[in-house]
Design a protein around this ligand. Structure first.
Ligand code: FAD
Length: 310
């Protein structure tokens, strides 16, 4: 449990951090950025990673905090999960991020771990990548060559792999503000409170006059990277959700393993959500087989959609 030795650099400015990372990238050194350390340090201690240098972002000014910018909320990459949860701006303007962050680990981890670290780490079991995908967040990255913006849809490339280049630092996240008519929910199935998701579902639903106009659904741990449940999103468009019966009410159709609505009537929400595992490739691990994860995705998506609508 002792990491291999490494050099440690603690830059005082973003420019210095980018310069150190850029030089390392040019010379082929294996350099890692350190934020809250909640994911990276365990990897070092288990010797699953052994970078030659760690660049600690902890002293960098300006990468922390939440700002309401009208059509989006900007969250600095070093903003901790705890700070996200304490932010009234996020609660009011980006509630899905708050809902999912509340399920991340325990208070100790949330005090150190950062939003930027969670996204840059791109763990398929992490709760926040699916939220970024569902909301259509834009990630802002900086290197010696300047700044660029990466849509979440292009950011998560593969297992623990993102579109960030070796010399790039994630500086912040633009979280779109979805306004009137939208409802949100994050549904997570885990072995115990504060544990990682076996499967998670981030849902945002917009309805008007009792009809679903748009749904955005991000799935956690249903593949090597977070994935949108596109088939469900399409099937939900135009579905009526005014009546308390089929389509909305929890009823007997809400339990695990059931697919229909109350009294066996057709339930368009349940029918749509039965497609939640389409185009996914869930992993097998100690906690669940792929077919069980597929079942969970269908059940949890139905619950998440009903809560977001309801
Ligand atoms: P670090 O560990 O410092 O870094 C992680 C990776 O991201 C590294 O590769 C690092 O180089 C890179 N990185 C970090 N910041 C940047 C940046 N600004 N620019 C470029 N690259 C960067 N997460 C969940 O979502 N749900 C859970 O239920 C959950 N449970 C946990 C339970 C435990 C016991 C622990 C220890 C962690 C858990 N986590 C969970 C992970 C936690 O959310 C971490 O905060 C998060 O994964 C990483 O954030 P960090 O700031 O600690 O990043």
């Amino acid at each position: 449990m002792i990491p291999a030795s490494f050099d440690y650099v603690r830059p005082e400015s973003l420019e210095e951090a980018c310069r150190v990372l850029g030089e390392a990238a040019d010379s082929g050194d294996d350099v890692k950025v350190l934020a809250g350390g909640q994911s990276l340090l365990p990897l070092l201690r288990l010797r699953l990673a052994y970078p030659s240098t760690l660049v600690d972002l902890g002293r960098l000014p300006g990468l922390r905090g939440v700002e309401d910018r009208g059509d989006h909320v900007f969250v600095g990459a070093l903003t901790t999960h705890d700070e996200v949860l304490r932010s009234a701006v996020i609660r009011e303007r980006a509630p899905l991020l708050a809902l999912a962050t509340a399920t991340v680990a325990d208070p100790a981890v949330r005090h150190r771990g950062t939003l930027g670290g969670s996204l840059a780490h791109a763990d398929p079991a992490g709760d926040l990548p699916a939220v970024a995908l569902a909301l259509g967040c834009v990630l802002v990255a900086r290197s010696g060559d300047g700044e660029r913006e990466i849509p979440a849809a292009d950011f998560f490339v593969d297992y623990l792999e993102t579109a960030l280049g070796p010399g790039e630092v994630l500086t912040g996240v633009k979280v779109p503000v979805l306004g009137a008519g939208w409802g949100f929910h994050y549904e997570k199935f885990h072995r115990s409170a504060q544990a990682w998701a076996i499967v998670g579902v981030a849902a945002a639903v917009r309805r008007s006059d009792g009809v679903v106009e748009e749904a955005r659904i991000g799935l956690t741990n249903m593949g090597p990277a977070p994935v949108r449940a596109r088939a469900v999103e399409e099937a939900l468009r135009g579905v009526e959700v005014t009546s308390p019966g089929p389509g909305l009410g929890p009823g007997p159709g809400s339990g695990p393993g059931s697919g229909g609505g109350p009294g066996g009537a057709a339930d368009p929400v349940a029918e749509a959500c039965a497609r939640a595992d389409e185009d996914t490739s869930p992993p097998a691990d100690l906690h669940a087989r792929p077919d069980y994860r597929r079942h969970l995705a269908r059940v949890l998506t139905r619950r998440a959609i009903r809560s977001a609508i309801g």
